[in-house]
Design a protein around this ligand. Structure first.
Ligand SMILES: Nc1ncnc2c1ncn2[C@@H]1O[C@H](COP(=O)(O)OP(=O)(O)OP(=O)(O)O)[C@@H](O)[C@H]1O
Ligand SMILES: CC(=O)N[C@H]1[C@@H]2OC[C@@H](O2)[C@@H](O)[C@@H]1O[C@H](C)C(=O)O
Length: 398
């Protein structure tokens, strides 16, 4: 037997596993790394988040990703090069982080790598299949770190009938569901998404969907109109502006918001060209701070609208809204969410023992743990609408 397969088997026999989760999101800010110790799996999962950090991407690297990210037309050789470059850079960040934390690579059982999404293409009409593409190949990471790497988690979800996103549902259900409490785990990254965990704790009652733009329009608009700024830190700019209701209404009338749930989206759809088109069609002329205030409201409103229309029994129940992702650090967004949803107690996901900024990297570590350990994988099982399958491909180091 290939000794690497034997090693893989041994990992599954251990009482606990050290897994390093990696996430680099649509904001392109950098790579989030979360070193986790797991025992058990499924609802019995026990997790210790031992270390986490975000390593920012160098500016020119971000730029080269932006050149292919969510674009209709690209320089194809650049995409191929980036697949290798991202894998290599992530491997370097892993080795640097492990050294910084005083952890030997040989002590890490597996790496769980999301990769960089460059295209997410759910199809709502017509005959094409859903597709999604994450690059930064796992083989490079496995070979350069010497650690077995699971990667490309979204393809099996598409194969099993999903859109490839959101995947947060698995981690949210296994780690954060609580009998007797209606919980909504909301992540505000580039795109917003939530998992609703019913007080019944029944898998069939779970709901999960993207909600629309999280920070993506805000960040892109800030970069375009406020040179030197990457994002609207603490909503200082948006707070100087006045909400423009007609623009808000026009944006909320976009086709994505009329589509039935569940659904997923990305910056392929929610981008500055779309904003410009809406402004032009309606002859709106706004100051940059008014636009930013309105875009912040759009994020709060479309999240609230999605929760209010998709989650049943809004009037009878009280909900715990637990927010993660960079948007949870935007105080205006958090204020507006609390105000629009008086039937919800709003908190940050740190209150559940996982730092908000590490939550997605932890999710991929958990998915790898499931793939290694779950004895009951079956295409018959579902979490709400999500197929319950072994997600991720396995790369051996040599
Ligand atoms: N103090 C803050 N004030 C306002 N906004 C903030 C603050 N901190 C972070 N953000 C927002 O969060 C963004 C980063 O979010 P996050 O790291 O969740 O993105 P991501 O991981 O790329 O997202 P995705 O979930 O799309 O993969 C920033 O670009 C900014 O918009
Ligand atoms: C295709 C893709 O990369 N989607 C991301 C993105 O960032 C937020 C939202 O859009 C979500 O759908 C997803 O990530 C999280 C981790 C998810 O799959 O749950």
């Amino acid at each position: 037997m290939n000794p690497q397969i034997a090693h893989l088997y041994q990992i599954t026999q251990k009482p606990s596993r050290l897994i390093l989760g990696l996430m680099s999101g649509t904001s392109l800010d950098g790579l989030d790394l979360a070193l986790c110790r797991f025992s058990g799996y499924g609802l019995q999962t026990q997790i210790d988040l031992l270390q986490h950090q975000t390593i920012p991407y160098p500016e020119e690297f971000k730029q080269s990703i932006r050149e292919v990210f969510a674009k209709d037309n690209i320089h194809f050789p650049s995409l191929s090069t980036l697949n290798t470059q991202i894998g290599r850079l992530h491997a370097q960040y892993i080795l640097d982080s492990l050294q910084h934390w005083g952890v030997k690579p040989a002590d890490v059982d597996a790496i769980a790598s999301h990769g960089q999404t460059v295209m997410h293409r759910p199809i709502r009409s017509g005959k094409l299949p859903h597709s999604t593409m994450q690059i930064g190949d796992g083989d490079h990471i496995a070979h350069l770190t010497g650690i077995i790497t699971l990667s490309d988690f979204r393809q099996k979800h598409v194969a099993g009938g999903g859109e490839g996103a959101p995947l947060a549902v698995y981690g949210d259900y296994f780690l954060f569901s609580k009998k007797g409490e209606h919980r909504i785990l909301l992540n505000i990254g580039g795109i917003g998404n939530f998992t609703y965990l019913s007080a019944s704790q029944e898998p069939k009652d779970i709901l999960v969907t993207d909600t629309g733009p999280g920070n993506t329009l805000l960040d892109a608009f800030v970069r375009q109109h406020f040179p030197g700024f990457q994002y609207d830190k603490d909503a200082r700019l948006a707070r100087q502006g006045i909400l423009h209701i007609p623009l808000l209404d026009s944006l909320l009338n976009l086709p994505f918001f009329q589509e039935p749930f569940p659904k997923s989206t990305g910056p392929e759809y929610f981008n500055l060209e779309l904003l410009q088109q809406v402004m032009k069609e309606n002859n709106y002329s706004l100051t940059p701070v008014d636009t930013l205030r309105t875009l912040t409201e759009l994020t709060a409103q479309c999240i609230s609208l999605a929760m209010q229309t998709y989650i049943p029994n809004q009037k009878e129940n009280h909900f715990k809204l637990i927010v993660s992702g960079g948007g949870s650090r935007n105080p205006l967004l958090m204020e507006r969410l609390a105000k629009i949803n008086p039937n919800m107690t709003v908190s940050q996901s740190d209150s559940l023992g996982i730092a908000s900024e590490a939550k997605e990297a932890v999710l991929f570590a958990l998915l790898a743990n499931e793939t290694l350990m779950d004895k009951h994988v079956s295409s018959e099982r579902r979490l709400g609408d999500s197929p319950w399958l072994s997600l991720g491909k396995i790369s051996l180091p040599n």
